[in-house]
Design a protein around this ligand. Structure first.
Ligand SMILES: [Zn+2]
Length: 424
């Protein structure tokens, strides 16, 4: 078994989810003790035994949405692959247990059908995946109800930006059409993009929903001036605060915030968080250098009277295994930054604790849709911006519309800081 599977769930400063589930506990050591508790509380709502295939490991009336052996791919017989897609057991490259599912060729779709409809309305879902090809793809998860309506999730993968090996994906909700209390099947696939896909998947997890209401986190990268001059006053009018992804070396430079402005935002309740010292791409750097980039801001902020940051933001959205490990030593949550996607890939859940999805929206409309999806799915919408000004990533009028919409929907969504997401 590869040690590579560990970092995304490394338990470090706090006991993340141990109160309820095993979702926050790393790979092989802890998992054995978790199996019999996986997952609880999901009740079948309709007996489909007559039409089910001959499933033996999941008795009709089971309260579990997926037998542990199916979820960890210890047995593959209830999973099936589409058309020319090959589904085989891989005992060499596993995330947990003795084998994973290896999927190759064709459409790359695998699915599992339930003998009993299951109620997933109170659950979030995640999985570990190791993608070989294509480089640059979208990861899909579908939950289909008994009438064929689907709730769809997506995540993103770039070999050149992502840690190699297994990574836990907490995919983002992109449509919420299924009746979640009557789910009949799960499908998993990646976009082929003209190249036969090849990936491994392991350890599908269901976790009781972390929040009973949706959350929204404003995040701003690179300490650029318009965040202070434009976003801050608009948000203040609504009583909202956000998280600043700070590069300590850049403070006080031309067009960047000063230390005094940072202190002012801190006093106003904003979260001062870590985006490395110099904004270098961490991926591929020697460990010593990565450590210096990640840890220098911690010392700097402590020296200047700030609290230790909860959140880390990978510069350029790039990281390798070493980055994740060092980040996990010091932070409670870490965020990537999707390239090429302005409308999707948030909202999501914090199940992929050190690789949490964000979105870069250029106008209010897509954010309003995502807020609605977050409300429906009780998940977390996390946009990020560098510049909030005319001609910037988003203009002030559109930015204010987002604030107004959040206020309008404030009976069902809370604007919070990353610490609320990570440490509930
Ligand atoms: Zn940045």
């Amino acid at each position: 078994m590869s040690n590579d599977s560990r970092t995304d769930d490394t338990e470090t400063r706090r006991s993340f989810l141990s109160r309820k589930t095993c979702a926050g506990i790393i790979g092989s050591i802890a998992l054995g003790g978790c199996l019999d508790r996986f997952p609880r509380g999901v009740d079948p709502v309709e007996d489909r035994s007559a039409e089910s295939r001959n499933s033996t490991d999941q008795p009709i009336g089971s309260h579990e949405p997926m037998g542990t052996e199916d979820a960890t791919f210890e047995r593959l017989d209830r999973w099936e692959a589409d058309g020319d897609t090959e589904l085989t057991a891989d005992t060499e490259n596993v995330f947990s247990g003795s084998q994973s599912a290896s999927v190759e060729g064709g459409s790359g779709v695998i699915r599992i059908e339930y003998p009993s409809l299951i109620d997933l309305s109170g659950y979030d879902i995640s999985f570990a995946m190791d993608i070989e090809r294509p480089d640059g793809t979208i990861v899909h998860l579908g939950l289909t109800d008994v009438d064929g309506n689907r709730t769809a999730y997506r995540s993103q993968f770039y070999q050149s930006s992502y840690p190699s090996g297994y990574l836990r994906y907490a995919p983002s909700v992109t449509s919420y059409e299924a009746e979640m209390s009557r789910i009949a099947s799960i499908q998993l696939w990646i976009d082929a993009d003209g190249e036969p896909p090849k990936y491994r998947v392991d350890d599908v997890r269901f976790e009781e929903k972390r929040f009973d209401r949706a959350k929204f986190v404003f995040t701003f990268d690179d300490v650029l001036r318009s965040q202070y001059e434009t976003a801050y006053p608009i948000m203040s009018d609504y009583g909202f605060v956000g998280s600043l992804a700070v590069n300590t070396e850049l403070l006080g430079e031309n067009d960047r915030l000063t230390l005094e402005e940072l202190a002012e935002l801190d006093t106003e309740g904003w979260s001062i968080d870590n985006h490395t010292h110099s904004h270098v791409e961490l991926r591929g750097l020697p460990e010593k250098q990565q450590r210096r980039e990640i840890e220098t801001p911690l010392d700097f902020l402590a020296d200047h009277g700030f609290e230790a940051p909860n959140a880390f933001y990978y510069p350029h959205g790039n990281a390798d295994r070493t980055s994740l490990e060092i980040v996990a030593e010091h932070h409670d949550i870490a965020y990537n930054a999707f390239t090429h996607w302005s409308t999707g890939l948030s909202p999501t859940t914090p199940m992929a604790r050190y690789w949490t999805n964000r979105m870069l929206p250029r106008s209010a409309a897509p954010v309003e849709r995502r807020i609605d999806l977050a409300i429906e799915s009780k998940s977390v919408c996390t946009p990020y911006w560098h510049t909030i000004r005319d001609g910037g990533e988003i203009d002030p009028v559109e930015f204010e519309k987002i604030c107004a919409y959040l206020e309008e929907r404030s009976d069902r969504i809370d604007v919070v800081l990353p610490e609320r997401i990570a440490l509930d």
